[in-house]
Design a protein around this ligand. Structure first.
Ligand code: CTP
Length: 135
């Protein structure tokens, strides 16, 4: 990989893609020249949240892949493998939403770690609840 360009990596489920997702991807991209996004696998979501995302893994990958500032996507299948994913992508910067504030400081020996404020008033969980009320 060309080290002349600064590489940013971020992670998320990006289920029922919304404006908060778009905002963080746009802001993450501003920290470098290339943005790689680890999209969590269906398996990982079932393990951590006890349910599969509404949109399937291939659908979530395809949506995020085609967001303008995204260079490429990969599947995140384990929260514990963040260090490996960062090394594999030669990351200079890890960007996470501040719901994860402090949780990834130990990765600072691999790359810069930046926490960005979440967009207020929206989340996938709230959106699903809102849609359910329309039933
Ligand atoms: N994010 C954000 N602003 C929001 C919602 C999410 O900046 N309002 C960011 C998260 O901090 C994370 C990325 O988007 O870095 C992916 O978040 P994800 O967990 O997939 O989205 P949520 O809407 O938080 O989903 P859920 O309600 O299932 O937790």
């Amino acid at each position: 990989m060309n080290k002349a360009s600064k590489i940013v990596v971020t992670f998320g489920t990006f289920d029922v893609f919304h404006i908060g997702h778009l905002n963080i991807l746009k802001r993450a991209a501003e920290y470098g020249d290339q943005l790689f996004v680890g999209v969590s696998s269906d398996r990982l979501n079932i393990e951590k949240k006890g349910r599969a995302p509404i949109y399937s893994e291939p659908e979530r990958l395809a949506i995020v892949q085609h967001i303008k500032p995204v260079t490429d996507v990969f599947v995140e299948d384990s929260l514990e493998l963040k260090a490996k994913y960062l090394r594999d992508h030669n990351a200079d910067v890890l960007v996470m939403g501040n719901d994860w504030e402090g949780k990834f400081d130990h990765l600072r020996d691999i790359c810069e770690v930046v926490y960005l404020p979440r967009t207020e008033g929206i989340s996938t969980t709230e959106t699903i609840h809102k849609i359910k009320k329309y039933e």
